[in-house]
Write a protein that binds this ligand. Sequence first.
Ligand code: PLP
Length: 369
Amino acid sequence: MINFSSPKLQNTKNLKTYIKEIHKVISSGDYILGKNVKKFEKNLQKYLGSKYAISNNSGTDSLIMSLMCLNLKKNDEVLVPSHTATATLTSLRLMNYKYKFLDVDNDSMNISLKDFKKKINKNTKAIIVVHLYGNPFNVNEIKLICKKKRIRIIEDCAQSFGAMINKKKVGTIGDFGCFSFFPTKNLSAIGDAGAVVTNNNKFYKKLLKIRQYGWDRDRISEINGINSRCDEIQASILNIKIKSIDINNKIRNDIANFYNRELKNLPIRLPMYKKNFYHVYHLYVIRVSKLLRNKIIKFFQSNNINLGIHYKTPCHKMKNFFLNDVELPITDKVVDEIITLPLYPELKKKYQLKTVRLLKQFYKENSEK
Ligand SMILES: *Cc1c(COP(=O)(O)O)cnc(C)c1O
């Protein structure tokens, strides 16, 4: 069975190297916030081009820690898309912050600029922008408004490590860049890990405290904190993997270009490509008629390929995130049409060809006559 992603292939490919690193860490006796973590944070800073990088335990924690820095009051609001991973909303609910859902743009499936301008008000204090599927949301388009109105920008970069807008890495344009190194992400640990990057020294110092019990340098708890540390084993593996992230993102682009070329004549909507944007294709998501979606998925399943849906239920339809009077027409439309095709650096050419062949065959057999 072929899946839309496969972390196992990447990790078993270099098994011996990883085992050697794990062995070194175990022998060192230093397991938390040691030299591998320091090196990883340096690597992140250098690669992304941010002033500061703080590693931690997950992408969710990165969002929570960033939100904790903001100290929002009772009536303050955060704008957030509904069409995103559950984790984006989980962080807001956990903080008990008020939020307002934003609809998506029909072409990019990222936040709609129009809806952003409509929903912004005097209570808006922050926005979480998501670079969904690895496709950069144009943060520059909202930066000026946010600066004028003192709205903080949190970039959810869990799906977009290495993605760029005009050669600038996403995560370094807003106030916070939140990354996840969950095993399926473009840069991935063999377990949970994450990081926050920022250029703001005040936020950096606060994030360091929040990461460990609110401790100051003398281990006196000064503010509310959590325990969210990246461990030495994961950091040592990430230090090896970060060396090949550019190659792997390039391979993802090559496969995406192959799909784009081969599928362009089918009645489906392909991922949007924008000039000067570097999409890193964490997920290759196409859109099909909602009447055919299940049939396509079943057809692929019977041919041993598992397609994905990211995401089937938008967050505003989940019980825990429910708000009154939410209308997100584009989001509601998009979630019924999306399908994720297999795409990962280790995906063999024969499976790329098979994916293309099956889709063509499906439309040949199901074309409207
Ligand atoms: C994966 C993901 C997260 C959460 O990351 P974890 O490391 O699993 O906590 C947050 N936002 C988005 C968009 C994601 O895809």
